[in-house]
Design a protein. Sequence first.
Length: 396
Amino acid sequence: MNNADYFFDLDSLSDEEFFSAYEPSDADIKYRSVAVAPQMGGEYLSAYQQQSNNYSMPLAGQNFKLNTFSKPTPAASTSNRCPAAPFGISKNNFIINKSDYNTVTRSIAENLKGHENFDFSFIEPEHLWRGKYLCSSSCFELEVSLFQENAGYKVAVRKVTSDCSMNSAFTNFFNAMKCALSTDLCPAPRKAFVIPTGVSLIKLSDSEFLEGIQPIFRMSEHNNESRVQCAKMLCDVSQKDAHYLELSAFRLPCVRLLESLVLDESEDVRQYAVMAVAAFAELPTYKEALMCSAVLPMLFGLVENCVELQQAYETAQVRRTAARVLALLSRTHPYTVRAELQQQACDVAGWLQRVACLQDSRTREFALVAKSFLEDVTIDESLLVNDEDAMLMYIH
């Protein structure tokens, strides 16, 4: 075939003549060999061969046909459910050498349930668990993410927010999780930083304690951030010697302040206030005072299921702590607790029926304890007294 064959009047040809003019003979076809590099094997070569099988080469005079009945190979149909680990992943990570996604996620979920003061919700589309740690005045949020790593998975843990408090909760959490789930050898964890106990043993006179506590009360009169710090400081003060906490000059202002903080509009203020209430409720004199304040119905209303399951981790510890305080008060003063709740128009009978359906197992356990003491109490409403008078009686 020479170049002159390509130059003639195309308009003078019919369709059949046009295609026959360009039909090459076997002698005109030249073949070139293609070498496949060894490193391009594996799934790349399989994909290439699969695509080749999907097409049948036409013979002379035949139309090109797509082989639509060819079944894809397993390698081509398998899709990875997790993304690959991104650049700059958290340094707190470890490998799980298991290939089944469901097995890995179940193992992680079971492990996360066993960490005290931690609560998590699984966000399946993002392949991560969002969690929160709340204990006394310390709080932070964290994420546990899952990524594909060769034939297994990589688990990465990072703090999202932190209150910068000095404790080793996050480090201890990660080390425990890594040792329980990682298939690699875990190095011995570093010794946790511990604040010397002698720091908190400085003796104060009663007047020095009362004078030092006044700035905390004044902080509650300012903006939201000051009230957050006020509630956190009350959590720390609750760990002081009971002698100081039971001073009559401190008890009544403290209960009044707690009452104000648990009713605050800010969720951050309320959560620390509930943690402080739980600590003060361990003291007998505070039990009686808290039962006759607005704190009791507020705690009662917190012991419910979270409407949004994916956000349940944010309030789980607060709801659980409220149930624990309610169980504590109901165990020692069941009549007073039920009388105060009914006087505040709380639906005690309906609540007693709903507690068995609480989703969080630990919250449900505390709530059932409270139920066991409250359900058999009969209240004579004619004997109910005014809250203000009752509190003054208990305080003094």
